[in-house]
Design a protein around this ligand. Structure first.
Ligand code: NG1
Length: 492
């Protein structure tokens, strides 16, 4: 079944209530045709046969709504054209997984038996690339439970989502593994279900993330960003970005591998502790079961302003110690460790509950405003309201830098240059390095902005960044981007 010709975007098959990943035929005039041909040739060289199908899963850029998804709040990302491609065939009569990457020197091939495979994470440093793939397989295995069959797969991978740059390369890989495995297992390819499986199983890599990346990887649609809600259940609403606005992504080139550090999980811990603390203050009977700000907000029927006041009135210290937390929550240090901390957060001694909570609540308000302004602008365009979007992006960045402390000196240099040029920009993704996203008032202004960034940032890269990126035209690290489609599946 294909969805073309019936008004839906390519690759979006709609059945009542569900949207499935449609099986499409790749057309020779498609933009991705050459890349697929190259991957198919690599597959044939490695395995001596042709692939049975091709999977494409995009990275994403988040326009606004940072570090709120794991608290249950909505986000506003769009899928980008940088994607992971997989060429896939079943491994006849075998339970063997064979994984080969087109960049063989950088990503070594990997084989495993799907009857016995395990995800093994190193004690320090980032996980090997194939572990992200194994997470996806494990996710489908758990979903299917007794219906799971260890059907071997031959896979060739080609990815061009920049690594550790906040554009969601890890989730594109996990989600592509979920889609390929689900298809081989004969599952119905329901986009929302696959996104949920992908979000759940990426936790096996050790990051306690929310579901933004996997959701947009499946729900993205050409031409619009998406307002993605997680509560009470996953829902994506297309949002038309204001006409004429052009979004630019610029990679600071400072890399941040979340799975190799504890910063991200530390923020998750602080949010959970703040939630529990405030749920107790509110005298909720089930305060010990509440882990996300959104559940607290719902239980107390608070609006944003009331929530903010609750935080300011009750989380008054700038830093809390373990002793403070244990006293308030009536738990021992051991319980703090077993109930809230994990392998890479067990060292935490200090907790900035007020700052983290304020960021999350205010950022969730900015997402709602951003969507509302976009909707109003699509019926009655006006420049004054459009500039409010830029202000929201700037406020988001300031909050991420000051309250969430997840910016980086190299990211700040990009932001300073943007401010000087009067372009609204913010760090996108988890932060601590990676990319910024900027909103320009026209394509022409975006061209000028990109030229200015090349002159002022990329032509003067400090030694520590030049080691990673030799001088070039830098077109791959600073570019204008348009919203693209989510996951796609191509058959012969
Ligand atoms: P990055 O690091 O940009 O892929 C991470 C999380 C998101 C979200 C953002 C911050 C993963 C897979 N993704 O994105 O869920 O929390 O940080 O908004 O951990």
């Amino acid at each position: 079944m294909t969805a073309n010709g019936n008004g839906t975007a390519p690759g979006l098959d709609t059945q009542p209530g569900i949207e499935v990943v449609a099986q499409q035929k790749l057309q020779p005039d498609s933009k991705i045709y050459d890349r697929v041909q190259k991957l198919t040739a690599f597959f044939a060289k490695e395995y001596g046969v042709e692939p049975e199908f091709i999977v494409r899963v995009p990275g994403r850029v988040n326009i606004i709504g940072e570090h709120v998804d794991y608290c249950g709040y909505s986000v506003l990302p769009m899928a980008v054209s940088q994607s992971i491609f997989l060429a896939v065939a079943k491994n006849p009569d075998s339970s063997q997984l064979q994984l080969r990457n087109i960049e063989e020197a950088k990503f070594q091939g990997y084989d495993a038996d799907l009857k016995t495979f395990r995800i093994e994470l190193p004690k320090s440093g980032g996980p090997a690339w194939y572990n992200y793939f194994l997470c996806g397989i494990k996710g489908v295995q758990e979903q299917l439970a007794s219906k799971w069959r260890p059907l071997g797969m031959r896979i060739a991978v080609d990815g061009n989502v920049p690594l550790a740059a906040g554009l969601s390369s890890s989730s594109a890989m996990v989600s592509s593994a979920v889609l390929a495995t689900a298809h081989v297992q004969g599952m119905q390819l329901d986009r929302r279900e696959l996104a949920s499986i992908s979000a759940k199983c990426e936790q096996y890599i050790g990051t306690h993330s929310g579901g933004m990346d996997q959701a947009i990887a499946y729900l993205g649609r050409v031409g619009c960003a998406h307002h993605i809600e997680f509560h009470p259940k996953l829902k994506g609403t297309p949002v038309t970005l204001p006409a004429g606005k052009c979004f630019v992504v610029a990679n600071s080139l400072a890399q941040k591998n979340k799975a190799a550090s504890s910063d991200y999980n530390e923020r998750v811990v602080e949010c959970r502790l703040a939630t529990r603390w405030l749920a107790k203050v509110k005298g909720l009977i089930n305060w010990q079961d509440i882990v996300r700000f959104i559940d607290l907000e719902e239980a107390c029927q608070m609006d944003n302003e009331t929530f903010e006041k609750l935080i300011r009135d009750n989380l008054t210290k700038s830093v809390y110690t373990r002793a403070d937390i244990c006293k308030e929550l009536g738990i021992t240090e051991q319980e703090l460790e077993t109930k809230f901390l994990s392998a890479n957060t067990r060292h935490m001694e200090q907790f900035k509950l007020q700052q983290r909570a304020l960021h999350v609540i205010q950022e969730s308000g900015r997402v709602a405003k951003f969507r509302q302004i976009c909707e109003e602008l699509s019926s009655t365009p006006n420049q004054k309201d459009a500039s409010k979007l830029g202000l929201l992006m700037r406020q988001s960045h300031e909050s991420l830098r000051e309250l969430y402390e997840c910016s980086h000196p190299d990211v700040e240099r990009l932001i300073e240059i943007s401010n000087k040029l009067d372009v609204s920009a913010r760090v996108t993704g988890a932060g601590w390095g990676g990319c910024i996203v900027a909103m320009c008032d026209s394509v022409e202004i975006a061209d000028e902005y990109i030229k200015a960034l090349k002159r002022e940032y990329y032509a003067n890269l400090p030694a520590h960044l030049l080691e990673r990126h030799q001088p070039s035209d830098f077109n791959e690290v600073v570019f204008a981007t348009l919203p693209g489609n989510g996951a796609e599946l191509y058959i012969k």
